[in-house]
Design a protein around this ligand. Structure first.
Ligand SMILES: *Cc1c(COP(=O)(O)O)cnc(C)c1O
Length: 402
């Protein structure tokens, strides 16, 4: 969408991007709670259905509140780039990822990806898509030479699917190198940019075709709605095949969630700046704490992906994890002592969230699997919030004491 007036900064784009004057002059785009849209005449209905005239028809396909959120994210992901993007908002990150796979892959196709994927994506690839003949090849994408060899040997691999940074050890993969290898072999390349947000990292700067987000996280920022978006730079493909799958699978967003998302995104820049500044300080504090065995934060020079993260991200992000020396019992005791910080899964909210995978998300997972995912008994995952840093550190300090 064309900008209505010039602005240079990302923060201004986050506030004004995607907004269109509402016909009744409401300052904020209202929550459109209407399942269908009225035609002035049968002929207009015909023009709308044929695509000759733009306009809303049925809210599963979109509404003005949804359009604003889609256009804002598309503008942010293409900020400073010279090509437009098309975004389609979904009911959840998983719905957006499902649309991506089901609109781009067919029976017999394979997806090349890595170990540290979001659990839901990993399960979709291993438990749902194989029944449709779509399978995943999982490898260590940090060994980029191995990727080239693998692609030479397996012509059924049609998509390279990346997620960076990723849980739980904040692993990063090299977007530029991997996408150029993928493109050399004619693959579609997609990236889950949820942890970074377009403020910290723009995958479309490299030869990437699709970006997905769980907007539930930092884009919404306040933990008030589940949502997801699929963005693509092939506008024709987005308008045809991708739109078809989105409309028919029915994983549409709604006016209320889109409204909350749009409001949340207006502060994305200042929130991310503060999230990252706090996360860096927490990482440095934990690194020197006697109760802590190891800190995983890509902003620390000891992290194996420090260089990659510094190259492709503005700051290292708000997510980190750390291992307590006292293992499972130490993790449980620590979590129980927290006062201000919130005990919960998920991420991307203004408050600091901590979880203990061994006793929560990965409780039932076998030891062998946990090792593969990098989950040790004393591992704590942390979404560093935007509270005042002294309060976050004080809460950690008292909870780390025996
Ligand atoms: C949460 C998350 C998802 C799934 O999104 P939902 O909105 O929960 O469906 C996908 N990828 C990443 C990296 C996530 O953190």
């Amino acid at each position: 969408m064309k900008k209505k007036f010039p602005y240079k900064g990302f923060g201004s784009a986050a506030i004004h991007g995607g907004h269109q004057q509402e016909p009744r002059h409401a300052h904020q785009t209202p929550i459109y709670a209407s399942s269908t849209y009225v035609f002035d005449s049968a002929e207009q209905g015909m023009r709308r259905f044929s695509g000759e005239e733009e306009g809303y028809i049925y809210a599963r396909w979109g509404n003005p509140t949804i359009t604003e959120a889609e256009n804002k994210i598309a503008e942010l992901e293409s900020f400073g780039l010279d090509f437009p993007l098309k975004g389609i908002l979904h009911a959840s990150g998983m719905a957006a990822i499902s649309t991506l796979f089901l609109s781009s892959l067919k029976q017999g196709d394979k997806v090349l990806t890595h170990y540290s994927l979001y659990g839901g994506t990993d399960d979709l690839l291993s438990k749902v898509l194989p029944s449709l003949g779509i399978t995943a090849v999982i490898t260590d994408l940090r060994n980029t030479e191995g990727v080239d060899d693998l692609l030479k040997k397996d012509p059924d691999i049609k998509m390279l699917y990346l997620e960076t940074p990723a849980n739980p050890t904040i692993q990063c993969v090299d977007l530029e190198t991997l996408s150029s290898i993928g493109k050399k072999h004619g693959l579609l390349v997609a990236c889950d940019n949820t942890f970074a947000t377009p403020y910290l990292q723009q995958p479309f700067r490299y030869a990437i075709d699709f970006v997905v987000h769980s907007t539930t996280k930092f884009l919404n920022g306040h933990g008030t709605a589940i949502g997801g978006i699929l963005l693509g730079k092939d506008i024709e493909k987005m308008n045809k095949e991708v739109t078809k799958v989105h409309r028919l699978l029915g994983g549409n967003s709604n006016g209320f969630d889109a409204f909350l998302l749009t409001q949340g995104m207006k502060t994305l820049e200042i929130r991310m700046e503060r999230h990252c500044m706090n996360a860096e300080q927490v990482a440095m504090y934990l690194e020197h704490h006697e109760a802590v065995e190891k800190v995983n934060y890509s902003g620390l020079s000891a992290h194996p992906d420090f260089t990659i993260a510094a190259r492709q991200m503005k700051h290292a992000g708000a997510m980190l994890s750390f291992e307590l020396k006292k293992g499972l019992q130490g993790g449980i005791a620590f979590l129980n002592k927290l006062n201000m910080c919130t005990r919960t899964v998920s991420l991307g909210t203004v408050d600091t969230l901590l979880s203990h995978p061994a006793s929560m998300t990965h409780y039932g997972v076998s030891k062998e699997q946990k090792i593969k995912y990098g989950i040790t008994d004393g591992l704590i995952r942390m979404n560093v919030g935007i509270e005042n840093i002294e309060d976050i550190l004080e809460d950690l300090e008292q909870a780390l004491k025996n």
